[in-house]
Design a binder for this molecule. Structure first.
Ligand code: FNR
Length: 419
């Protein structure tokens, strides 16, 4: 690990890192770099943002108790996940509409993730299609995150495409069958999808293109007054839709794509009984994202799922929901090592990752910090942030007396409540 050297040596020539090495400071800087709408979309949570805060506060309730004199000269951050060796326990959580942070969006993040050997979970709401991002990443590890559409045919098409472009696993997000109540976006009356942002997985899909030509079965959109902003929205939709701008504008296809997306993007009626549909349509391992109750974890096991992601979507869905770190120990006990547990929502440092691993996570997903780094300094910013997360965990682990991830156990923590 040469990350400190990579920072301190250029420092002698007056060169400083592009982004702060404190991931929790990236938000502050990103606020200066992003539009109000983009910042609100990324930083915001549901309701009064109590869960967003609690996700962070939960980490302060556990303290690391270092042990000394345990030869940590050689350390190994590697883990095995879904039958493959990984160089660190980190993944990149799926984050939609990254074009709000930077025009290169998922392409830049994909390149940074590949360079750092960290699997990137492609969002269902990505700004570039999975095929394009996969091509940028070569053989580097990639997963695909699905929002279960109202159209089974479209869902099946997404799964097939994920396999074809080399994704190693399917992550099905179950906590967003409805969009949470997000006051920061609501107060700006801004939803990126309505501008044609974040729907690239759909617009290139042949099944979706066919569905667009079918009559709309959903409610008719309320008529909005024509203003320069509504014209700009039409232009933005047309610019984002594949093909010629003028063709898209005059054919109305771009607008139809947005409407069709709104109509079918998610299905709040899905139940456990329908999971076999996914099994029938993919041979990829399936991970369920958004699990917060041990009984749901048990159900996932019973139904032969290959893993879960303990997540509350970064506090963006149910305000007042349990923090993920609070949910983790019971879920870990219920799972008993029978399937991998991934964890996200609130990871901002190596110490946070250490605590989550100690409480039963097998891997942790980095979320907002990489989106902020992308907004501040593009691909290079993301790369720095990922390298920082690895170096921070490596040092925390070594200094706590652990030579590898397997040695990060519950015994390394003390609960603040225990006194
Ligand atoms: C998300 N998240 C998310 N999750 C998902 O399954 N599909 C998605 O498209 C998105 N999009 C998205 C956009 C933005 C702007 C954010 C901040 C989050 C949730 C994400 O995968 C992860 O669960 C959270 O980001 C974790 O919380 P923190 O650590 O980022 O606070």
């Amino acid at each position: 690990m040469n990350r400190q050297k990579d920072i301190y040596l250029p420092g002698t020539a007056g060169i400083r890192p592009l982004v702060s090495t404190r991931a929790d400071r990236l938000e502050e800087k990103a606020r200066e770099c992003l539009s109000d709408e983009a910042f609100a979309y990324i930083a915001g949570g549901a309701g009064l943002e109590r869960t967003l805060e609690r996700n962070r506060a939960a980490f302060d309730r556990w303290q690391i108790v270092p042990r000394v004199l345990r030869d940590v000269s050689v350390r190994d951050l590697g883990i095995e996940l879904l039958g493959k060796k990984r160089s660190s326990p980190y993944l990149l959580a799926p984050i939609g509409v990254l074009e709000m942070a930077h025009p290169e969006a998922d392409l830049a993040v994909g390149r940074a993730a590949a360079a750092e050997g960290i699997p990137f979970v492609f969002s269902n709401q990505a700004s570039f299609s999975m095929e394009k991002v996969a091509a940028e990443m070569g053989d580097a590890p990639k997963f695909f995150q699905l929002y279960w559409s109202k159209s089974d045919e479209l869902t099946a098409s997404f799964l097939q495409r994920a396999e074809n472009c080399g994704c190693e696993a399917l992550v099905v997000t179950l906590d967003t069958t409805l969009l949470g109540w997000r006051p920061r976006d609501l107060d700006l009356a801004f939803l990126p999808f309505l501008q044609g942002k974040g729907i690239a997985q759909y617009t290139v899909d042949t099944v979706f293109q066919r569905l667009m030509d079918e009559p709309n079965t959903g409610e008719r959109a309320a008529k909005t007054p024509v203003s320069w902003k509504s014209v700009r929205t039409l232009f933005q939709q047309a610019r984002r839709y594949p093909g010629s701008f003028w063709g898209n504008l005059f054919s109305g296809r771009a607008m139809r794509a947005v409407r069709k997306f709104v109509e079918i993007y998610s299905r709040p009626s899905i139940t456990w009984e329908e999971l076999p549909f996914l099994r029938q349509h993919t041979r990829l391992p399936i991970l369920l994202k958004g699990v917060l109750h041990p009984d749901d974890a048990r159900k996932a096991l019973d139904l032969g799922m290959n893993g879960i992601v303990v997540s509350n979507h970064g506090g963006r869905q149910v305000d007042g929901a349990i923090s993920t770190l609070e949910a983790l120990p019971e879920i870990s006990a219920a799972v008993g090592g029978r399937m991998p547990i991934l964890f996200d929502s609130g990871i901002r440092s190596g110490a946070d990752a250490f605590k989550a691993l100690a409480l039963g996570a097998d891997a942790v997903c980095i979320g907002r910090p990489y989106a902020y780094a992308l907004g501040i300094a593009g691909e290079k910013g993301v790369r720095e942030t990922l390298a920082n997360f690895k170096a921070d965990l490596d040092l925390t682990m070594g200094l706590a007396g652990c030579a590898n991830i397997g040695e990060i156990t519950r015994e390394r923590l003390k609960s603040a409540e225990a006194g």
